[in-house]
Design a protein around this ligand. Sequence first.
Ligand SMILES: C[S@@+](CC[C@H](N)C(=O)[O-])C[C@H]1O[C@@H](n2cnc3c(N)ncnc32)[C@H](O)[C@@H]1O
Length: 237
Amino acid sequence: MLLTKERSPSPDFSPLAFCEDLAPLPEYKAAGTIQVDFAGLLSEPLQLHEDLASGCGGQLWPAGMVLAKHMLRYQRESLKSARILELGAGGGVVGLSVARGCTDLEHPLILSDMVEMEALMQHNISLNKLDEKAKARVLNWGEPLPQEIVDFKPDVILAADCVYFEPSFPLLMKTLHDLFALTPTATVFFCYKKRRKADNKFFTAARRAFTVTEIKDEDSPVFSKNGIFLCTFTHQK
Ligand SMILES: C[S@@+](CC[C@H](N)C(=O)[O-])C[C@H]1O[C@@H](n2cnc3c(N)ncnc32)[C@H](O)[C@@H]1O
């Protein structure tokens, strides 16, 4: 996999102690821009600026890499007419990989996160000249869905490494419920890395509320050894 980095000077560290306590950063990195091509799945590599100054979503997380690669390898065809929303997008690795790798998406996809991450999402969209294929929007879990999302009616939801902070579990669950209320046929592609026992609480609630189906991926034997799980959530009939 192509993964190169031009480092710029390290930022002062950073409002992340809280995040790092709950989900140790994969590796603390200085701000900089990396290129990823997912073992050639992207013919033109994606450039991703990483900067932890705005929050822990400012660097790539392992489940994001796994979900991005999975979507490129297995889902490209199915996404052509999809209305795609990414939750907790951080720098946007998953959504931007889809935007770059799916040449004929009918609808621009939406990357969403908290307001602190909006500038980084937008920066990465522009860095990759994907302004016509992706938008950066604020979507706070647990709050009413923004009108633009309600009108968009997403039917493919991407969420990677969004389970790491127990108080936010009910907020994320509420947003998922709201999205299924909007589009009962939606599919959530959910990838997460289990870090602590409390993560089970989220999955117990998810299994009660949705149909949770493990997804097969040729890399499963490798990433599952690292505690990473890939599944879909669909509406319970
Ligand atoms: C561990 S990072 C994962 C980032 C990215 N998905 C990846 O895999 O590289 C979790 C992301 O969820 C976002 N997040 C956390 N709580 C949130 C909330 N209440 N509403 C919206 N986004 C939230 C964070 O800002 C962060 O970008």
